[in-house]
Design a protein. Structure first.
Length: 355
């Protein structure tokens, strides 16, 4: 029996087409990007349920992927910024990743921006202070010559006074020579000062352009708080159920199911990390203990995004599991997604063994 199960699982993994494709824009690896003017472009053609990753040292404009821009406009990065759930309802954003909604009703294009600021080569400009000091020295020299000329024009004095005056002049000349030498030394020091360096920064952007193709798929699941849904099979408006807050979905092995809570900034799910943890027989249970081989998709940040579950293709017995939407607002609180799973094998496994 164990060999049968293993063989069946290998076949379904090979044939099942719902597994997502991964796309990465890494703006730390320039050689992988297309050069366009001063910016760098990474273009992705994605399908519903693909996974996108945006690797960027410094985000610019939008907070990708929680919000994105409809236009490639680097001059106005905040132009047409929109929530990802507005254009791709049911998508899941977490960290630098986006799981595109499995249900996309029309083609969509959006952009994310990465700031790749660079510094140009240093430009050296002469320091004009040196010239000013030279001019100042020249003016002082001319002033000194004028003073000497005035002294020569003074009256003749007696011999003793002349000798005394000569000594004074000699002393003054020595002092002036020392001052001139000091001034020359200072001038040399000024010439050795570093020149003025100017750095000019320029902005370049890494642009992630994503084109998502549409499909006509609806997710088997519950969309709480809406009267009509293009994305889930069972809309669940508040006023319709007269206080009943349980949305039930029937599923079988291999099915893909999900739900979306009513948005609350401080909302959450119980148990934490639905569907990895679920309520089974009113007890929080790790799903791998009762349904090994499942795949869950969800955000741990808040309940703004949807939760999805890919059921395994072989389930030993029937199970009923639940997740609860919790809200700080009473009218939105304690809505329950209940999944009734029938045990057995998926159609893919049965078909594989018949062929």
């Amino acid at each position: 029996m164990n060999i049968y199960i293993l063989y069946a699982l290998l076949l379904c993994i090979k044939q099942f087409s719902a597994y997502p494709e991964n796309h990465v824009c890494d703006f730390t690896k320039e050689e992988n990007l297309i050069k366009h003017s001063n910016n760098k472009i990474c273009e992705i053609n994605a399908k519903p349920f693909d996974i996108l990753t945006f690797i960027c040292p410094k985000h610019a404009g939008t907070k990708c992927f929680h919000s994105v821009s409809l236009y490639n406009d680097t001059k106005n990065l905040n132009r047409s910024v929109i929530s990802i759930n507005t254009i791709l309802y049911g998508s899941i954003a977490y960290e630098n990743n986006l799981i595109v909604s499995p249900a996309v009703i029309k083609n969509q294009t959006f952009h994310c921006f990465c700031d790749l600021q660079t510094d140009e080569e240093n430009k050296v400009l002469p320091v004009e202070v040196k010239e000013e000091k030279k001019e100042k020295g020249k003016e002082e020299k001319e002033k000194k010559e004028e003073e000497e000329q005035i002294i020569e024009e003074e009256e003749q004095i007696n011999e003793n006074d002349q000798r005394a005056l000569d000594k004074v002049n000699k002393l003054v000349n020595n002092i002036q020579k020392k001052n001139e030498q000091q001034q020359q030394d200072n001038e040399e020091v000024v010439l050795e000062e570093p020149q003025l360096v100017v750095k000019k920064s320029t902005h370049k952007y890494g642009i992630m352009k994503v084109v998502v193709s549409k499909n006509s798929y609806k997710i088997s699941g519950c969309d709480f708080g809406v009267a009509f849904s293009d994305h889930f099979t069972k809309p669940f408006p508040l006023e319709k159920h007269n206080g009943g807050r349980v949305c039930r979905i029937e599923a079988k092995p291999g099915d893909f199911v999900g739900f979306k809570c009513i948005y609350d900034t401080h909302g959450s799910t119980e148990p934490n990390n639905c569907f990895d943890n679920v309520f089974y027989n009113n007890t929080s249970t790790n799903l791998k203990d009762i349904m090994p081989g499942y795949i869950s998709y969800g955000s741990t940040e808040n309940n703004y995004y949807a939760y999805y579950l890919q059921l395994p293709h072989f389930i030993q017995s029937d199970y009923t599991i639940q997740c609860k939407c919790r809200s700080t607002q009473h009218e939105f609180d304690n809505y329950i997604f209940e999944l009734n799973v029938k045990g057995g094998e998926s159609g893919i496994i049965k078909k594989s063994f018949r062929s």
